[in-house]
Write a protein that binds this ligand. Structure first.
Ligand code: ADP
Length: 334
């Protein structure tokens, strides 16, 4: 099963890479972050120096990796990619840092998951462009400081709140990516359809956009599923009817909720009477990791007013019951 899944992931990753905007001008939406970041980059280019470290936060699939690549491209710098989970020991990070070249951009995805001992090393490297390389073991061990050339860290996180303050403070610029508006996703889809060479009708683009949970990655993925449907069951054109039929097959509902989203809402209403229920309990009920529920499903459900967060746990709101076609209890969510 894991082989099958990782195979599928590779296909998805390749499909994604092909659709990635390469320059800032191609990047749709996120007007505020785009403008702020463009200023940071332009100023750095003018000074001929590496820009401040950049932190990008927001739910998965909104363009953090894409922006990191664009930052490197706009600076004419090369990009090095690693991630928090890949850095289990301080030595892993020391190896990456000590091999950086001047002006390089180091992309640290899921930076909130970096191992504690490596964090300290990262602070020093970001602040003083220095890494202390440990030689020897035990009592005879000593740290040899190694100067690093100027470089720029681009950190990405789905949960900026989880970053320790000293790490957060070392980023000169933090950009928060928000869910995209439907018309922005429509632009993403029309651009992607053009790149893929598939005939996407305007009404179909609108339909897919409105059911993509405000997320470009989901929009592009649904576009590929609609294309599958159109090629296998339709006449190859991505019409509104084809889009609706495909989204039905893939169990994406009117508001764009998928199976996991609905499982969360159903558990909340039907098993826990509308809550409040703790995140972990809710995650166990739907057979997922708490982190998946919290970072993948919940942000959009919260934004849509389909789930409420209280100090005592998650609660159903009137719209939750209505969306599931259930009767709103007299005193919902208490
Ligand atoms: P994240 O790193 O935040 O999880 P990515 O940068 O990997 O998200 O984006 C996922 C996919 O969505 C990319 O393949 C890219 O094609 C598309 N995408 C993201 N943001 C945009 C955007 N603003 N304009 C066009 N396409 C986008």
């Amino acid at each position: 099963d894991s082989l099958v899944r990782s195979g599928a992931d590779d296909v998805e990753r390749a499909a994604e890479a092909a659709l990635r905007p390469r320059r800032m001008a191609e990047f749709v939406g996120q007007r505020v972050v785009r403008e702020q970041l463009s200023l940071v980059l332009q100023a750095a280019r003018g000074r001929g120096r590496a820009p401040d470290h950049v932190l990008l936060s927001g739910p998965p699939g909104l363009g953090k990796t894409t922006l990191a690549m664009i930052i490197a491209a706009e600076l004419g710098a090369s990009l090095r990619v690693t991630s928090g989970p890949a850095i289990q020991h301080a030595g892993d990070l020391a190896a990456v840092l000590s091999s950086l070249e001047e002006g390089e951009v180091l992309f640290l995805d899921e930076i909130h998951r970096i191992a504690r001992p490596a964090e300290e090393l990262l602070y020093v490297a970001m602040e003083d462009f220095r890494v202390d390389v440990m030689v020897g073991k035990g009592a005879g061990a000593s740290a040899i400081p190694l100067a690093l050339p100027p470089f720029t860290v681009v950190g990405a996180t789905t949960r900026a709140g989880l970053l320790p303050a000293p790490l957060r403070d070392r980023f000169g610029f933090t950009g928060h990516l928000d869910f995209y508006a439907t018309d922005e996703l429509e632009q993403v889809l029309l651009r992607s359809a053009g790149l893929l060479g598939v005939p996407l009708a305007g009404a179909a683009a609108r339909e897919i956009a409105s059911r993509s949970r405000g997320t470009p990655r989901i929009a592009n993925r649904l576009l590929r599923r609609v294309r599958d449907w159109a090629e296998v069951r339709g006449d190859g054109t991505l019409s509104l009817a084809a889009a609706r039929a495909a989204l039905e097959v893939y169990e994406v509902d009117q508001r764009g909720l998928d199976r996991l989203d609905r499982a969360v809402l159903e558990a909340l209403c039907q098993r826990f009477g509308g809550g409040p229920v703790g995140l972990t309990t809710l995650a166990v009920a739907v057979g997922e990791e708490p982190e998946t529920v919290e970072t993948v499903a919940e942000p959009f459900l919260v934004r849509e007013g389909l789930i409420g967060r209280t100090p005592r746990g998650r609660v159903a709101l009137p719209a939750t019951w209505e969306h599931l076609g259930l009767t709103v209890p007299r005193d919902p969510g208490t």
